[in-house]
Design a protein around this ligand. Structure first.
Ligand code: COA
Ligand code: ZN
Length: 313
């Protein structure tokens, strides 16, 4: 490694773990209904590309997210690799029962740092959502499952604007206290700036171990990679991304929403940070799903959800 590259790396971790959220966060934000077979193949191809965590689907209300209404069919059909984690999103005990029945062994619960967003997304206040997750996380813990918590709108809310970082830290800490192994702190609408990310990381790291934190950064305003750089400077080593940038932007069709896994890999390569993912295989997996999205026959009726509801993390 050259001195210049050493300098550029600063406090960066030497290895980054990428959590692939395309099959869940990506597909829930696309209007097209992707066939179950294609979803299964997508997940398998992503795991084969070296991604250590692939979030498969959500066991949520099919009315809220029609794109993932086939979760009970998709999950059990995935050929799972022993070295990969396959979490599923669950909002309540009903979802937990479905996840258990499908054979899952890793779960993600999700709340937000903004009351307005949480109300619109899951019909609960932050307090109520934490109470709903308690039995879910307890059950998952008893089964020995890996447990992840999402805190979305941590850098800004589409309905109520600015978000208080101290509140974000409190919610993350509450989720850790409920048993989460890892917390993913999300810039759901892509409004974070690197300074804000550094500030949030500093506040989080005062109270929580960095190994248990992940950043989920959307590219809505083209800042995701700059924000990843800010997280890397603070030593954060887990980042969420979506193969092919699947998920689009709910505000501007055709504009980027989710950070593309391939772009994240390319930047880490430039920085000399190891990630273990074959980005060409990720791109190939995404291209197949993209075909279904582009020609997608069926279209999800996503009800009257507002734009900010269509995206999480
Ligand atoms: N799986 C399947 N169906 C579920 C469910 C689950 N986990 N939880 C609730 N439902 C069903 C109920 O049976 C009910 O169905 P019905 O209308 O046919 O009787 C309906 O969903 C509403 O349930 P209710 O308990 O009244 O809750 P709600 O309407 O306040 O919805 C959630 C709450 C959490 C279930 C719903 O908002 C949801 O699934 N949100 C997910 C949003 C999401 O995934 N966003 C993207 C990720 S952040
Ligand atoms: Zn997201």
């Amino acid at each position: 490694m050259t001195a210049a590259r050493d300098e550029e790396r600063g406090n960066h971790p030497s290895r980054v773990r990428i959590v692939e959220v395309g099959p869940r966060d990506g597909l829930q934000n696309e209007d097209a209904l992707v066939p179950a077979d294609a979803k299964v193949a997508f997940v398998e191809a992503l795991a084969d590309a070296g991604l250590p965590v692939v979030e498969v689907t959500s066991f949520v209300s099919p009315r809220a997210i029609p794109q993932l209404a086939d979760a009970d069919d998709v999950f059990p059909r995935v050929r799972r690799r022993p070295d990969v984690r396959y979490p599923v999103l669950v909002p309540n005990m009903r979802g937990m029962e479905r996840a258990e029945h499908a054979g899952a062994d890793a779960v993600a619960v999700f709340t937000a740092a903004s009351e307005a967003f949480n109300k619109r997304n899951i019909g609960m206040s932050i307090e109520e959502s934490l109470a709903a997750f308690e039995p879910v996380l307890e059950r998952a813990g008893a089964l020995g499952w890996w447990r992840r918590g999402y805190v979305s709108t941590a850098f800004g809310c589409p309905y109520s604007g600015a978000v208080d970082t101290a509140r974000v830290v409190d919610i993350c800490e509450a989720l850790i206290d409920l048993g989460c192994d890892e917390i993913s702190v999300g810039d759901t609408i892509g409004v974070a700036e690197p300074d804000g990310v550094r500030h949030a990381c500093d506040a989080l790291l005062e109270r929580l171990p960095g190994e248990r934190l992940a950043l989920h950064l959307h590219d809505t305003r083209g800042r995701a990679l700059d924000n990843v750089r800010a997280g890397l400077e603070r030593g954060i080593s887990t980042y969420d991304s979506s193969a092919g940038g699947t998920g689009g932007c709910p505000f501007a069709p055709g504009a980027p929403g989710n950070l593309a896994t391939e772009s994240l890999c390319a930047m880490l390569d430039r920085l000399g940070i190891d990630h273990g993912v074959d980005a060409a295989k990720v791109a190939a997996a995404a291209a197949v799903v993209r075909n279904h999205i582009v020609d997608g026959g069926a279209t999800a009726e996503a009800g009257d959800r507002g734009p900010g509801d269509r995206s999480t993390g």
